[in-house]
Each structure stands twice: as C-alpha cells, then as structure tokens.
Design a protein around this ligand. Structure first.
Ligand code: GAL
Length: 425
C-alpha cells in the first residue's frame, strides 16, 4: 500500500472513520519503509542511544536499516561510505560532520535540508557554531543532533577518594598526581592505542599550550608561523611526556577498551570525549559518584566541540523517498528525540532551548561551559578540517608519540611540510 497514502490517511481520516484492523495492519506494515543510515555507533552506550533513534523513527513509520561500521572514531565508516557513494548506491543518510559536509556537497551528492522540510525556526534554537557547522553556501546541508565536549579528563572517584587526591587543573599537578599514584602501584592513566586516540590527547594539550586562538590558527587555518613555532615544539614535548604512562597492552586497542579499564578501577584517569560517559551510563555508573569530569589541565574556559550530524543523499539508481527523508529530519530535530538521545549518548542536545534538569551533572556542566567558554572545533573529530587532511595529521602525531627516535623539532618540521602539501599554503 502506498506509503504517502497511509500516512495521510492516518493523520487526517482515521479519527472519523471506522476501519478494519486488518486494513490498518497492512497499511502500517507497508508504510514502515526501510531507511538505511550509515554510522559508527557500535559500542554499548552508542548502541543504546542509536536505539532511541530507531524507536523515534519507528513511531513515524520509518524502519531504520543499520549500516554500521565498527569503531575507529568513524575512520573506517568514511571509507566504506566513499565506496558505496562512488558506486552510485549511497545510503539514505550518513553520519558526516564538519568540513566533510561541504566536501560531500561539492560532489553534488547531497540533498539540501531546506528542500525537505521547513527549517525557518532552526536559527532560533540552534547555537551559532552549530548553525555554521551545518551550513554550506547559506544552505543547511546536514541535521545536527548533539554536541560532545572533547577536552575532558575523567577521574576515577574510588581511586581519587582512596588516596585523598584533588583534581589536577595544571600539568604540574597532573604529573604530581600521576607519579604519586604510580609510586603506589596504581595505573595513573589509561590510553587506547590507535592514532585518533593519541591525537585526541595531543589536541587537548595543544589547546592548553597554544591557547584557543593559536590552536585554531594551527589546526583550522593551517597558519605556517604557528605550526612551526616554539610553542608548537613545546606542545609536542609535553605530549611526549604523557607517553611515560603508556603500556604495551594498549597497542591497537579502541576507546572501549580504555573506557572499561577506567570504570573497572584499573586506572585513575582517562582522556576522552564525553561519548565515553554513554558507555558508563549503559552499565549503571553515575556521574560524580563513580567518576568525575574536569577540563583537561590548562583548558578551563575553552570548550572543544564535536557535533554529530547526518547528511541525506540523492539516489542515482533508485527513487528518492523524500517523504521519509523529511520525516527523518523532523524526527532528529524534535525536542524529545534530542533529549532522549543525548541523555544516553553522554552529549548535550544541539538545540539550546531544551530542559536539561534530568541530565547528569557532567552534561549540565558541559551545557553551562558551552554557553560561556571560548569554543574551538575538535580537529580529531573532523570539526576543523576534512577527514582526509585529519587522517594524515593524526598519523604523524601518533607516529611521533610512539617513536623512540623522532624529536619534537623534527615532528614539527614534518607537520609543516605535510600541511603545505595538503593545503598548497
Ligand atoms: C565520534 C562521534 C561520537 C562518538 C565517537 C566514538 O566521532 O562523533 O558520536 O560516538 O566518535 O565512536
């Protein structure tokens, strides 16, 4: 039975007509059209928040079809998406963020959101950084759903209480706490062992050492003077000092491994964006009881953001179901979806007009800081550069972190050469 007909019938005719149950059942069945969505939410907390999306879509007769690519902070997903898109068979929607939105739009593969639904109210409830993030040439080209904070340091409450430790706010304090814990036989900090996780730590250190403005100049504008500055060399040196706490078993491990080690009280501290909180919520752990969230040392007053958003694709070989796409957009932008989703995901809603009183304290802090702090785009989370530029930069950063022979000076020189090659600057 025709999807649009069913929808219209249910919305307008149902209240005044008596219809047979069978008729409605067939209508409902036929109207639940499969809607394929690419994403990389495959860890427990991510799966639970994704399920919120599935349920909200189901209520609106859209059947979510999973196109999930495991892990790596989305690195793998982008490659698979490229292959599907090049073969002319993209999914209906995909989790694409930051400058990649414009790159996909340049290939003329995306549908403008304004063509699907009335977006005139968006500017009243979306913060400016969010609006800018999803706008390409004055058109909304993606639907933003949430905001993650990246520059968090997580503290294990049990270990911090046991040793009567205070949260470190400077790197000096951080090393004092870490070395004290190591002297007691406690693992001070746990890392995953993939390039994007190494770079995520580097990025927060860069914010602390360069400050917000120079961080942007280096990793968003690719300003050569900042990239080759002494402050950048110091950033690399400080970053390398953290490698002292790395251990061989972390090699190749994704963030779910370090997240579990931390919450199982195997390590006292963890650097990660607040999606990690979703993995703890999923197993009943509570903010400020089992763990605490503090800005990475030296980054108080700066909020490095990661906005999850979805683009919608044109279809070359099959009819576009624009009706479903418009329902998808409206569902993602609805207040209840944005609240229900972020509560489980560890983020805050993209909309700034929603009640967060039922959110945990870390999300409330995040929301407050987002309002008042200087905001910088997280380059490891594709917010500052395209993912292909990012991939090369994070590989260099990771190689340096794990190398015994590469000096900070040489790494900075290599970064300068790489950025010139990537941007012809
Ligand atoms: C990020 C994504 C987050 C989070 C994380 C780890 O790129 O924006 O939503 O899930 O990857 O998978």
């Amino acid at each position: 039975m025709n999807h649009l007909f069913c929808k219209t019938f249910k919305n307008y005719a149902l209240p005044v007509l008596t219809v047979s149950y069978l008729w409605l059942a067939s209508c409902h069945h036929a109207s639940a059209l499969p809607f394929e969505v690419l994403h990389w939410w495959t860890e427990q907390g991510e799966l639970e928040s994704k399920q919120v999306l599935v349920e909200h879509l189901k209520v609106n007769d859209i059947e979510f079809e999973d196109f999930a690519i495991v892990g790596s902070g989305g690195g793998g997903a982008i490659h698979v998406l490229q292959m599907r898109a090049l073969s002319g068979n993209p999914p209906e929607a995909a989790q694409i963020k930051g400058p990649d939105i414009a790159e996909w739009n340049n290939l003329s593969m995306l549908i403008g959101i304004n063509e699907l639904t009335d977006t005139s109210a968006w500017e009243h409830f979306l913060p400016k950084v969010v609006l800018d993030d999803v706008t390409v040439e004055k058109q909304y080209m993606a639907v933003p759903i949430n905001i993650h904070r990246v520059n968090w340091l997580w503290l294990n409450s049990k270990i911090f209480k046991q040793y009567g430790l205070a949260a470190p706010t400077t790197w000096k304090q951080f090393f004092a706490v870490a070395n004290f814990l190591a002297s007691k036989g406690v693992k001070p900090v746990v890392f995953g062992g993939t390039p994007w996780q190494d770079a995520l730590l580097f990025e927060s250190i860069a914010i602390s050492e360069l400050g917000a403005e120079k961080y942007r100049q280096a990793f968003e504008a690719f300003n050569h003077d900042v990239i080759s500055s002494d402050e950048m060399i110091n950033t690399f040196k400080l970053f390398k000092q953290l490698h002292h706490y790395a251990t061989p078993e972390q090699q190749g491990q994704d963030w779910t491994w370090s997240s579990q080690a931390f919450i199982n009280n195997e390590a006292a501290m963890l650097f990660m964006g607040d999606w990690v909180k979703g993995s703890w919520t999923a197993i009943g752990k509570k903010a400020m009881q089992d763990y605490q969230c503090v800005p990475v040392p030296g980054t108080k007053g700066v909020f490095s953001y990661n906005i999850d958003s979805f683009v919608l694709f044109k279809k070359a070989h099959s009819p576009i179901d624009q009706h479903s796409q418009s329902i998808f957009v409206d569902t993602l932008m609805s207040p209840t979806f944005q609240q229900d989703f972020s509560k489980l995901k560890g983020s805050i809603p993209a909309r700034n007009d929603l009640d967060l009183s039922e959110f945990d304290e870390c999300s409330q802090l995040s929301s407050n800081d987002f309002k008042h702090d200087i905001k910088v785009p997280s380059f490891t989370q594709n917010m500052a550069t395209s993912s292909h530029q990012k991939a090369q930069i994070i590989q260099l950063i990771s190689d340096y972190f794990n190398s015994d022979s590469l000096s900070a000076e040489d790494a900075v020189k290599q970064l300068g050469v790489m950025v010139k090659a990537l941007t012809s600057k």
